[in-house]
Design a protein around this ligand. Sequence first.
Ligand code: AMP
Ligand code: MG
Length: 342
Amino acid sequence: MQDLPAFERSDDMVTSRDLGREAMLAMQAVSEALRVTRMVEHEAASGALTKDDDSPVTVADFSVQALIARRLGQDFPDDILVAEEDASALRAIGSAGVSARVVDLVRQVDGSSTPDDILEWIGRGGGSPGKRFWTLDPVDGTKGLLRGGQYVVALALIVDGVVRVGVLGCPHLLVGEGASRHGKGGIAVAVRGLGAWWSSLSDDSMQRLSVSDVDDPARARVLQSFETSHGDVGRLNRAINALGTRAPSIPMDSQAKHVVIASGNADVLLRFPSDAGVHEAIWDQAAGALLIEEAGGRVTDLLGRTLDFSAGRRLSYNRGLAVSNGLLHDALLTAIQCSDSE
Ligand code: AMP
Ligand code: MG
């Protein structure tokens, strides 16, 4: 990665170009992908398919992976892509209707793409994590998309096991002081050392994100997965009780939760694996983790360890997730420890 540019302008004059080539082009790729996800929101449920692990996949997941792989291939031809979806899943599904719709969607962006091109682009996501690679969850929160809830397009650049750039395309998230000021939906971007930013979809302004200053655990606003099957709800509730917050926790899909904490609108996020052998996928965590850190917060696993993105496709050296505004982190880890020993 090139040396990061130094800011010469005031914060409110920042553009994506000031965040470096990788961030700027990743934001463009994600923005292009959001055009497609928004197009299929109303039809996604009818085209949803079930993967071997029982999780759903839609035409949006395949189309976004194809489009982002295509863009990365143009902009960073030497870079590896490690993405959630697998071209063989699309082939195995064998549904002509689904395949045709994916082709149709990708052609909204690149009219000359052929079905073979699209399968090849999706297949590029099967790269192995190395010294420098991108990781992509084309639709993080597919169940949210199907339900009309939150979902994000999540893209991150990892170099030497450290997340350097993270981009979260959030078509349905309101950030800032009211929707009228910042519009509906936007793209959150973080570059290590250069902060976390929100770029509204309704105008080009960039707003710096920073975590809340809540330091009283009793006032902590806690976020958790909407899908209770994504974790151990009993352990989660025990930890929240031990933290002593009075506010009920807020369910939300995807790394939209990280954006909400990075923007100061919630303070804590916890994830307890549903069983001990489950480790988080890197594409579900990388962009969100950098966003939190660059907004001034902290991200560790449930034992207080830094997330180690050098372990492969999954965070095999970590267990679960603890995210906070930083001020509440010690109290959060203590609450987890106390509730674990109950
Ligand atoms: P969230 O809405 O925070 O639970 O995150 C959504 C992500 O959880 C999806 O993108 C999936 O990759 C991941 N996921 C799906 N099923 C599970 C599961 N059973 N346990 C943990 N994570 C899961
Ligand atoms: Mg996912």
